[in-house]
Ligand binder design. Structure first.
Ligand code: ADP
Length: 346
């Protein structure tokens, strides 16, 4: 049994998140290749009676990293502790988690790329040899205590695999990238979650919510919950295609699933920067949103939708983006400004 008591309590308003989150890996939809790898590794770890190798998940927010991190311990039948990179400011912050570990239990660190260097280095021996050094006392009377830890599995999640240092990344035996979901996978998630919420929904309404969910289960859940509320307030509670269209229109979510922030980004890139190239910091300052948020939460879907490209000289809007915002693209450059051609970022 997974002892949930060791997990952080959900933040207020997270009840729906807990209710909709799959409990077992078999209940998860999509990510078939990742699931196959994990199931083999979990099976082997159980047969060998050893902890599962450390696992690193990377990918944009809302794609299932935390869900995997809560399902894996259930498959292993071990407890899990949840921690977050930014909250672990110094090695002393991570010591309680490490000393609380039970044999083969799981420690999940979300946003692991935000661990300070000192904490990251402290993790090296913990991950590799299941031991840590604790310094007791101060100054000349300081002593170092070498502490043996219980064999455990670290699960790290990051939206920025590129920001992880090589030594940390190399200490994860299993590294999996979570990609965006297809419309049909999201439709299946919407249908399953409508059932969990006891909500009547037509097939075309479920497909429409999926299409407008930016390839992301968390977004699909949020859209579904909003549409449910809208159906209750404005109709008889049943979710039809018409209800989805009206609910989406009211919150400014367009047919590609872009929300107001996504469109503001595109609009700024096109109208203020003439379609680019524009640096991310310049865009972030103009729309007053932190550049990290744009890089982690806005750009991955715009890139995947071929609405923007990242080049060595900055971000550029594609003809598709101009078309989507109903703006006539400028005539192609003849090179008269002597600028270098744009190369995709490597
Ligand atoms: P991340 O940690 O990557 O930001 P989460 O794991 O918190 O994302 O996922 C957000 C929500 O999306 C979860 O609460 C869950 O309801 C849903 N979800 C994520 N992945 C899946 C999946 N593969 N199948 C079904 N629902 C999923």
């Amino acid at each position: 049994m997974v002892r949930e008591s060791m997990m952080q309590p959900p933040a207020p308003g997270d009840e729906n998140d807990v209710a909709l989150r799959p409990k077992r890996i078999a209940d998860m939809i999509g990510q078939r290749e990742v699931i196959e790898v994990l199931q083999i590794a979990i099976d082997a770890a159980k047969k060998r009676d050893e902890p599962l190798g450390h696992v690193l998940f990377d990918g944009p927010p809302g794609l299932g990293k935390t869900t995997f991190a809560t399902c894996i311990p259930r498959e292993l039948d071990v407890p899990v502790q949840m921690a977050s990179g930014p909250a672990l400011k110094a090695p002393k912050d991570i010591i309680p988690y490490l000393t609380n570990l039970e044999d083969r239990s799981v420690l999940f660190i979300d946003e692991i790329h935000r661990l300070p260097k000192a904490v990251e280095e402290y993790l090296y021996t913990a991950m590799e040899d299941f031991r840590i050094d604790i310094v007791l006392g101060e100054g000349v009377s300081a002593r170092t205590l070498n502490l043996q830890l219980k064999p455990f599995t670290l699960i790290g999640a990051t939206t920025r695999a590129g920001m992880l240092s090589g030594p940390l990344r190399d200490r994860f035996q299993i590294r999996e990238h979570l990609g965006f979901y297809t419309d049909s996978e999201l439709t299946a998630i919407v249908r399953t979650n409508a059932r969990k919420l006891d909500l009547a929904i037509t097939d075309d309404a479920a497909e429409e919510i999926a299409r407008r969910s930016r390839g992301t289960p968390r977004v699909a859940n949020n859209r579904l919950l909003w549409v449910r509320d809208y159906a209750l307030a404005k109709s008889d509670g049943r979710v039809t295609l018409d209800i989805v269209h009206r609910a989406m229109k009211m919150t400014g979510i367009d047919r590609l699933g872009l929300d107001r922030q996504d469109r503001k980004y595109l609009d700024t890139l096109i109208r203020v920067f003439g379609g680019g190239p524009a640096g991310i910091e310049a865009i972030a300052h103009t729309i007053n949103v932190p550049s990290d948020t744009l890089v982690d939460e806005v750009e991955p879907f715009l890139l995947r939708s071929e609405l923007i490209i990242r080049t060595t000289r900055g971000r550029c809007a594609t003809p598709r983006a101009f078309e989507h915002l109903n703006v006539v693209p400028p005539a192609p450059s003849t090179g008269r400004d002597g600028q270098l051609p744009l190369f995709p970022e490597s």
